[in-house]
Structure formats: C-alpha cells, structure tokens
Design a protein around this ligand. Structure first.
Ligand code: NAD
Length: 455
C-alpha cells in the first residue's frame, strides 16, 4: 500500500521503517529540513538500536521529504506522528497536529484515504482532525470533500524507546479505533503481516519463539484514544506504587527488591514496572498523565489515583537531593558525578529525564555536577548549553575526585565499571543507586558507602 508518515521522530520513523520493511511504499514527511537531509544521507536524527540497519534494509520502499505534495496525494493511509508536547494547564500542545491535519486536507488525492492519528492525542481529537482536514480541503478546492474521500482513525502507539523496532514488529497488541468498517479494513490489510506474523524477521531483530499472531483491538475512536492514556497512566502508577512502598520499606528495614519480586510473581500483578528508583521520565508518562487529568477535568471529574502517581514521582527526584544532603551535610562546593542523562537506557531522549532535573537542583544548591552518558551527551550539550553540567567522556572521568556518584540511568555498562578503582579515585566514595540495580554487597566490598533510594 502507499503510506505517508508525518513526523520522523521516534514514532514516525520507526513506523515508516517497519512498514517499508514489510513492503509498503512509504514516504516520510518532516517539517524540519535538517532531519530530512540527514535521513536522505542515511544518518539517523536520534539514537535507537538497529534503526540504521532497518532503514537501510527498507530503503527500496522508503523516501523522505519536507513536501506534503510528494506524499499525501498518492497515499492510501496517512499516519500523523508529530509531537504533542505538554502545553499549558496540563493539556497537550496540539499545534503540530493541527498543522499536519491542515496539510493533509490541502493535498488529499481523489481516492479514499485513511488518516490515522498515531500521535497520542486527547480524546475527541479524531473528530477535530476530521474537521480540520475538511476545512483545509474546502479552502484549497472551493468545495467540501465528496463523501468517501477520507476517514479518520486512531491507532495509538505503544513502542518503548530503546526497543522501538521490536515493539513495532512484534507488538503485544494493535489497537485501531475507527467509526466505519471500510477504515478498519484498510488498516487490517496494512498491518496483516504483523498481525499474522508472516514476514521474515530481520537477522538483528529475531522473532521470539513464543511470538504468535498479534491480537487486534478494533474499536471506536474514543475508546482507542482512551486506551493509550489509560495504559500509560497505569504503567506510571505501577512505578509510583512500588516507589511509595519503597519509602515504607526503608523505614521498616525491608528490602524493596525482594518485596517487588514477592509482589510481582503473582501473575495478576506481574514483575515488570515494579522497579523502585528515581521514578519515570521521558516524553510520554508525565505528559499523558497530565493530559488524562486535564481531560477528566473538562468533564468535572477528578483523577486522584493518577494525580497521586505524579506526586510520588516528583518526590522521588527530590529524595535524591535530600539523600545526598543527608550524606554530605553540605552540598555547596561539593562535586557530584551523575551517571546517565537519558531518561532510560538505550535512548538519547532527554525529555523529562530525572538526571537533568536532579543535576539542576544540585547546581542550584551550589554543587558542581559532572556527568556522563554513553549516547546522549551530544544531544545534552545541544539542548542544555547553559546547564553548568560538566560533560565527561568517560564515567571514570566524571567520578574522579567526586564527593558522591549518582547512578541516574541504568545503562548496562555502568554495572560493569571497575568499582574498586573508581572508589579509590573519589574524594569520598558515596554511591547513590538511583535505579536499585547495583550489587550492594559488591559495592560495599569495593569501598563504597552504598545508598539506595528505597530500603
Ligand atoms: P518527536 O518529537 O520525536 O518527533 C516529532 C516529529 O514531528 C519531529 O521530527 C518534528 O519535526 C515533526 N513535525 C512537527 N510538526 C510537523 C508537521 N506539521 N509535519 C511534519 N512533521 C512535523 O516525537 P515522538 O517521540 O516520535 O512522538 C510523536 C507522538 O507519538 C507524540 O504524540 C507522542 O506522545 C507519541 N508517542 C511517543 C512515544 C515515544 O516513546 N516517543 C511512544 C508512544 C507514543
């Protein structure tokens, strides 16, 4: 099928590369000419494991442009995958969505086109996008689009940065929200190789033996839109729940790792997202929780559970600073090493990264912060030129002469550090394990005072 993707960010480019790999003809459109130029040269605008290989493998079916007229008229399916960053009052900023929808309306071809909201958009956006497309079409053509020209669907995205390609090729489920069967049928045809798992897997992204047919949830627009928000809010509150229990574990002398395991092995609960630590970050959880609360507010509803999840998450970041203060007594003039800047491993995404907020608070209190990240440092220098954080080429360099080190992102390479050697290079070997992933006994043997965030 002919597919257009609007936005070549984490979601758009992943979707485009996967669909092109499956044999669809995909044109990716981005309003940022620098990104498009990079992609044309085979360079990725962000870090995502195996993305360069997949884009290269799919290149026969994948093109990049800034020009809607090169993509929309021929497309049978148009995915809108532009950013929906937080706006004011908790509601997302929909200006990119609006401009994309208008662009689609101006360039619609003469055949039936399915316009898909893949961006995370507030409930009711399907209808809004439809009216924007209709208006733009009418302005450009002088008359309303004839019936059957287009339909709007919702197809929320559940990929995780760091494993975005596997999540897209082997998803837990595909959700499609549409208000007529013809639209659902088009998307079913598009996704059939994924739903039935009939494609041959790339050598670098092998299908797990237990991956079978992927469930399709075919529903109405509003339900699909709500599924995305409800899923992200649930994951957020699972993390906040274990962090709240972690605080109590610390008081009563319990080991939160064991507690989480003991809870999680109950199949009704599950072990994933029960890792106590600094809490969540990234471009989605905070923004989507805020948007859910904001949407509920429009209907006079409160969302106390989701609000509490946000509150606990904010408190975790503050606790890092308080713990360091407790250990060092005075932060002014101290040097703190922060390991990891990205909001999680295997990505260079810095949006709402806990490490950055923690570094900022430490600097505000007069500390000097030295930081390292395996892939996110260029992006950090570019986005935070005046942060005051000293970027170091190696973790050892960041830790040398530091008064304390904070593990903020659990990159696997940090577990493998020669901790004995780095402890010896510090002014005072204090380690705050913000992700509860390091071996307390081993670090203690290496000479560290190990400080956990919970228990
Ligand atoms: P992103 O910021 O990485 O990418 C958005 C891209 O859209 C940018 O390259 C930008 O230049 C481009 N753009 C903006 N306006 C445009 C326009 N009018 N036409 C064409 N391109 C335009 O965003 P992302 O992380 O890929 O997120 C996209 C959406 O998907 C958001 O709604 C987000 O909430 C949702 N989502 C993200 C993730 C994730 O892990 N990143 C996961 C699931 C859902």
């Amino acid at each position: 099928m002919n597919v257009a993707i609007l936005g070549t960010g984490y979601v758009g480019l992943t979707t485009g590369a996967c669909l092109a790999y499956l044999g669809h003809d995909v044109v990716c459109v981005d309003s940022d000419p620098r990104k498009v130029e990079m992609l044309r040269q085979g360079k990725m605008p962000f870090f995502e494991p195996h993305l360069p290989e997949l884009v290269a493998d799919a290149s026969e079916h994948l093109r990049f442009t800034t020009d809607y007229s090169q993509a929309i008229p021929a497309a049978q399916v148009v995915f809108i995958a532009v950013g929906t960053p937080p706006g004011t009052n908790g509601a997302p900023d929909l200006r990119y969505l609006e401009s994309a929808a208008r662009g689609v309306g101006e360039h619609l071809g003469g055949h039936f086109t399915v316009i898909v909201n893949k961006s995370t958009v507030p409930i009711g956006s399907g209808n809004w996008v439809e009216s924007l497309v209709r208006d733009a079409f009418q302005k450009r053509n002088g008359s309303a689009p004839p019936g059957g020209t287009f339909a709007v669907a919702s197809n929320p995205e559940f990929l995780r940065e760091g494993s975005a390609l596997a999540d897209s090729l082997y998803p837990d489920r595909v959700v499609v929200g549409a208000d007529n069967p013809q639209t659902s049928e088009v998307l079913y045809t598009l996704y059939r190789p994924i739903l039935e798992q009939t494609f041959s897997a790339p050598a670098y992204l092998l299908r797990r033996d237990d991956t079978t047919a992927v469930p399709l949830i075919s529903t109405d627009l509003a339900s699909a839109e709500l599924i995305k928000y409800a899923a992200n809010a649930f994951l957020s509150l699972k993390i906040s729940y274990i962090n709240e229990i972690g605080q109590l574990a610390e008081k009563v002398g319990a080991d939160i790792t064991q507690v989480a395991k003991g809870i999680g092995l109950d199949a009704r609960i599950g072990t994933r997202f029960l890792q106590a630590g600094i809490g969540w970050g990234g471009s989605c959880f905070g923004k989507d929780c805020m948007a859910l609360v904001s949407t509920a507010g429009e209907y006079g509803l409160e969302m106390p559970i989701v609000e509490a999840a946000q509150k606990v998450n904010r408190r975790q970041r503050q606790r890092v600073v308080e713990k360091l203060l407790g250990e060092l007594k005075i932060l002014k003039g101290r040097t703190i090493a922060v390991l990891g800047l990205a909001f999680k491993p295997n990505t260079d995404d810095l949006r709402d990264a806990p490490a950055i907020e923690i570094a900022k608070r430490l600097i505000e209190r007069g500390a000097r912060v030295k930081a390292h990240d395996p892939v996110a440092m260029d992006s950090f220098r570019q986005h935070y030129p005046d942060s005051g954080v000293v970027c170091c080429e190696t973790p050892e360099e960041a830790i040398q002469e530091a008064d304390a080190v904070v593990l903020a992102t659990e990159w696997p390479q940090y577990r493998e550090l020669n901790w004995e050697q780095v402890a010896a290079s510090m002014r005072s070997p204090i380690l705050l394990d913000g992700r509860n992933v390091l071996d307390r006994a081993r670090l203690t043997r290496a000479g560290f005072r190990y400080v956990g965030l919970a228990g």
